[in-house]
Design a protein. Structure first.
Length: 341
């Protein structure tokens, strides 16, 4: 069997570990042949390929990013996109696809599966917001990067008696903000799932200063004040209909300065959270996902996604991963509120 492999959406630590595991086990144990599709769904759409064999994947385990490249291409937004993908798969002798990605990439995979394309999905997102899996690889690395930044900012906040705000990724789910904030000892954590009161945030800030300590606030990029809207950059949408988020951290700093008279500064971590070598946890999880994905393909169990349940890797229907986002519950957020102020 000749199997195509692609990585879509934002880059993520651990993608190369999945590719390596798929190819190593697929060639050594099953005798399959592989071809890499470049730049997400743009690859099968335009016939962009690269060789993918054991030599190609040698030494890529610790590398961040993806050797296959990525994009946010949506073939269902392009006239004749599905037909072009099917034609290119046939032209390259590809029997099936292993698609590694998040909500958007796997959403395309789900639709293609329904149209007869043989697909296996592997969940990837630093946001940890994919349903049907306990964790996605990339999340642990992103949290550790954000935590280290928070650790470093504590000393600056104390030295200058400033409010320091750390803006992290999280469009609709606050997993990175919650975990990094808890691990880094933040005094306030703001997430998209629960609108926040700027008055309450200012109360926490002033309470912190009364104890002679400077506050650290961690805010997810998609957090929204009770009386306000999501902070966006212009009105342009990407291929999957997402607005570009920007500015909640800076808005928060300005409001805090205006309302409390305390100096406030914002650090936006942005793509730093995505980059660099994956953590040990993410390397192992990504490797296990890859091993189980190629086994599912070998067995012809199409339309499935590999997922982590407790410590076991299982298979779930692709559609289960994208029907709804996995978000932070109010009860879990309440645990963190003990440390606010």
């Amino acid at each position: 069997m000749r199997i195509g492999v692609l990585t879509g959406g934002g880059d993520c630590p651990g993608l190369n570990a999945v590719i390596r595991a798929v190819v190593r086990k697929g060639v050594q144990e099953y005798g399959h042949e592989f071809i890499g599709f470049r730049d997400g769904w743009k690859g099968p759409l335009e016939g962009l390929t690269m060789p993918l064999d054991i030599v190609t994947v040698r030494g890529i385990l610790p590398l961040g990013g993806t050797i296959l490249g990525s994009s946010r291409t949506n073939p269902f937004k392009i006239d004749g996109g599905v037909e072009r993908i099917k034609a290119n798969l046939e032209a390259h002798g590809v029997d099936a696809l292993i698609a590694i990605g998040g909500e958007d990439t796997l959403g395309v995979a789900t639709k293609l599966d329904a149209l007869g394309v043989k697909v296996i999905g592997v969940p990837k997102t630093i946001d940890n917001d994919l349903n049907a899996t306990d964790y996605t690889f990339g999340f642990d690395t992103a949290v550790n990067i954000a935590m280290e930044a928070i650790d470093r900012l504590h000393t600056t906040a104390e030295s200058h008696h400033r409010v320091l705000i750390v803006e992290v990724m999280g469009r609709h789910a606050g997993w990175i903000a919650l975990h990094a904030g808890l691990a880094g000892g933040a005094n306030v954590i703001l997430i998209p799932e629960l609108r926040f009161s700027i008055e309450k945030v200012c109360e926490y800030v002033e309470s912190r200063f009364r104890t002679n300590y400077a506050p650290i606030i961690v805010v997810a990029e998609g957090a929204i004040p009770i009386e306000g809207d999501m902070s966006v950059k212009g009105g342009a949408l990407d291929a999957f209909g997402h607005v570009k988020l920007a500015g909640i951290g800076e808005w928060l700093a300005q409001e805090i300065e205006k309302r409390t008279g305390k100096e406030a500064r914002t650090s936006v971590l942005g793509h730093i959270q995505r980059g660099g070598t994956p953590s040990a946890f993410d390397r192992v999880l990504a490797t296990r996902f890859g091993l189980h994905a190629i086994t599912a393909a070998h067995e012809g169990d199409w339309g499935k996604m590999v997922a982590l349940h407790s410590t076991e890797i299982i298979r779930v229907p692709l559609a289960d991963a994208t029907t709804k986002l996995k978000t932070v519950s109010p009860a879990l957020y309440a645990e963190a509120e003990v440390f606010f102020g």
